[in-house]
Design a protein around this ligand. Structure first.
Ligand code: MN
Length: 712
């Protein structure tokens, strides 16, 4: 890949992209350049270069991926908001809504500040970065941005360099890897190593240089031999010597290998026109050079999850040297280097890869899987690179990530197999369910029609999210049945208490009104929602009863303090992340002291729910850990319901209790039903303790039969 070029011009870039952009698109790109030049006019980079050189280089990097015109234009404008101080609306009016949303997306993820101290913050960070991104092209721009910044960060302090390098290695290169963008990933890794461990980096460079002449001699000789061999059999091809990345050598040394033992220091890559030539070439090479056992990998028949395809082998070459040889078609090479970005190169699939909805989903899924149960990020990342290939008793190959268990295997085969699984036999021996599958294992799953289904404890054993989801969905179905039963019972009981006849409320027009108002399809849905706590009994009753506006309520308005302060983001801590938009969920309205979780909402930020809120019970892959700050001064509003056995309006009494508790009411809804009052109060409180005391005080009133918090 090309190095940083401070003298790069817009003309150079136009030259690079004119073979695939239309004239109109080129004009627009030039306009973006002019605009960015004006915005960044008096700005300099730390290196002293004009600022505009940075976006120019970012676009240059993107052009090597054949990025579409919106991405190039957004790349040119990517710092105009954060550095140039321009409004997103200005970009939108000049360059359209698509470009503006890409620039906004980059600006948003660039605001996330990394201070990765432990694996939770790292996995949080990666999760948020991906979760916030609606459009995969934002990630491409982010990667290009980081690549150019890493190439030119020599002016920064050592500390800042190391922080950038570890962020790159822990957050960005795993994402680049999952997207298959080897071109960028590999350079980012080398640069990171250079700044994180300069001694190691330069010693590898030196050793490579020292052995260079000798290695070149061997490689040239081997290339000639292989080329001759293929020509004799009429296989059209090209061969290139392949430089091993410094980072990959480092990883092998780090695992305890000696420099001289690293097989693929002598490496060749053979390009041929189609798949059958790949296998033929491999056969010919193996017939002349003995392959090293267990080093042959067929990624053509079984591509890696990031779409990578190639044949890999290591052979004993002349003079006892090992050679690693990769054989692939030109198309496979394109995918190996550019991964998901290679779609841009295949015009027939449409220039805009985001139209491939499936790819997008795949991308999110695969990224999300990275962080799962990340105990030790290093070993995890290592394991992720590995896939195991295992067999069904019939000999069908199944690919699973390393770490998968027989249960993952069973669910991969079919959810019915998983749901009725009672045991597993691997290579003819019984294994425990948490056995970690190894390459070439032959797995037989024992099933039973009498099985009660999966056990909840399996959720801790399985490795793949596919298996987890299937186990969860099994329990959701069961839970539904239970909720249905519970909802029916609870509703009947509560209505009896309130002396409302079930046959009045839940038949005919009344039933229709209840279902319409609550947006439910039928009475079973109503029971399920009541049973799971998503809908409260009062919501059901309220739909058919008219609210009584009373004089007292007007009075109450005078004692009500309606200006509850807005939630401040400092009140809730997301480990390792500052500067992210945080909203408190309106459904369960947590207050300081409640157990809370964060839900990553695509393109928006993080919503804070009570951890028991049913609205987040089934979305674990989007949840992250959050906690309350210890010193919070703001008040948070939450909803409580007060049930009474009286026809006396308690508004003023409640108001005075509120006052003596030094709290404020945001709104109060009085519901009169069957002569009895119920009050729905939105109260602003400092913390859970105060809320509990307040609720106790109200409950102590003689007329009050119950006080509870509700989820709307
Ligand atoms: Mn930038």
């Amino acid at each position: 890949m090309n190095k940083d070029n401070p003298n790069i011009t817009i003309e150079d870039i136009i030259n690079d992209v004119k073979h695939y952009l239309t004239d109109e698109e080129i004009t627009k790109l030039k306009e973006a350049y002019k605009y960015a030049s004006i915005v960044h006019k008096d700005q300099k980079r730390l290196s002293g270069d004009d600022y505009i050189k940075h976006p120019l280089n970012v676009v240059h990097i993107l052009s090597k991926l054949n990025a579409d015109s919106d991405t190039l234009i957004a790349g040119m404008l990517h710092d105009t908001i954060s550095v140039g101080g321009i409004k997103a609306s200005d970009i939108e009016s000049r360059f359209g809504v698509d470009v503006a949303s890409l620039v906004k997306g980059v600006t948003k993820i660039n605001r996330l500040h990394y201070n990765g101290s432990n694996e939770t913050t790292i996995s949080n960070h990666r999760k948020i970065l991906v979760g916030l991104t609606e459009d995969v092209r934002v990630i491409f721009i982010k990667l290009a941005d980081r690549l150019h910044n890493m190439r030119t960060m020599y002016m920064l302090s050592d500390e800042k360099k190391k922080l950038n390098a570890s962020e790159t290695l822990e957050i960005l290169t795993p994402i680049a890897h999952r997207l298959g963008i080897n071109q960028i990933k590999s350079e980012l890794e080398d640069l990171s190593l250079r700044y994180l461990k300069p001694d190691v980096y330069f010693s590898i460079v030196e050793r490579l240089n020292k052995s260079k002449n000798e290695r070149n001699k061997f490689v040239d000789e081997m290339m000639d031999n292989v080329s001759k061999l293929l020509n004799e059999h009429g296989i059209k091809h090209e061969i290139k010597g392949r430089a091993k990345s410094i980072y990959s050598i480092y990883k092998k040394l780090d695992k305890g290998k000696r420099f001289s033992d690293i097989y693929d220091l002598l490496a060749l890559r053979v390009f041929v026109k189609d798949v059958s030539d790949c296998y033929q070439a491999m056969g010919l090479i193996h017939s002349k050079y003995r392959p090293v056992p267990k080093r042959f990998k067929d990624y053509i028949a079984m591509p890696k999850s990031n779409m990578y395809q190639s044949l890999h082998t290591t052979v004993f070459g002349p003079e006892g040297n090992f050679f690693e040889i990769q054989i692939r078609t030109y198309e496979m090479d394109e995918i190996a280097e550019r991964g998901i970005a290679s779609h841009w190169s295949y015009k027939e699939q449409g220039k805009n890869l985001m139209k491939g909805m499936e790819e997008k989903l795949q991308f999110f899924r695969s990224i999300m899987e990275i962080k799962e149960s990340a105990e030790d990020i290093d070993t995890k990342m290592e394991e992720l690179k590995d896939t195991v290939y295992v067999y069904t008793p019939k000999g069908d190959v199944i690919e699973l990530p390393y770490g998968s268990t027989p249960i993952d295997f069973a669910y991969r085969v079919h959810s019915k197999v998983g749901d009725s699984m009672v045991g597993a036999i691997v290579n003819e021996s019984i294994v425990p369910l948490d056995y970690v599958l190894q390459d070439n294992d032959v797995i037989k799953i024992n099933t039973s029609n009498n099985s009660n289904g999966p056990s909840k404890s399996w959720l801790d054993i399985v490795y793949t999210s596919q298996a987890k989801n299937k186990i969860r969905s099994f329990f959701n179905k069961i839970d539904k049945k239970e909720y249905l039963k519970k909802g029916e019972e609870v509703l009947a009981k509560e209505l009896r208490k309130k002396k409302i006849s079930t046959s009045d409320l839940l038949t005919g027009d009344n039933l229709k009104k209840v279902l319409d108002d609550l947006h439910l399809a039928n009475i079973n849905d109503l029971y399920i929602n009541v049973g799971s706590g998503k809908i409260s009994i009062n919501q059901v009753i309220n739909t058919t009863c008219d609210n009584d506006k009373s004089k007292e309520e007007t009075l109450l308005n005078k004692v009500m303090n309606t200006n509850v302060e807005k939630e401040s983001k400092g009140d809730i801590i997301v480990d390792g992340i500052d500067d992210i938009k945080i909203n408190v969920a309106k459904c369960c309205r947590p207050v300081p002291g409640d157990d809370i979780v964060g839900y990553i909402q695509t393109g928006i930020g993080i919503n804070i729910h009570k951890s028991t809120c049913p609205n987040v019970s089934n979305v674990s892959e989007r949840l992250i850990n959050v906690r309350w700050n210890d010193d919070i001064e703001k008040r948070y509003a939450t909803n409580i319901m007060v049930y009474t056995n009286t026809n006396k309006d308690l508004v003023l009494t409640i108001a005075s209790i509120t006052q003596s508790n030094n709290l404020s009411i945001k709104s109060m809804n009085t519901i009169k039903n069957d002569g009895k009052y119920t009050f729905e109060i939105k109260v602003a409180v400092n913390n859970l303790e105060k809320l509990k005391k307040y609720m106790n005080d109200i409950e102590a009133l003689e007329e009050v039969t119950g006080v509870e918090r509700i989820i709307r």
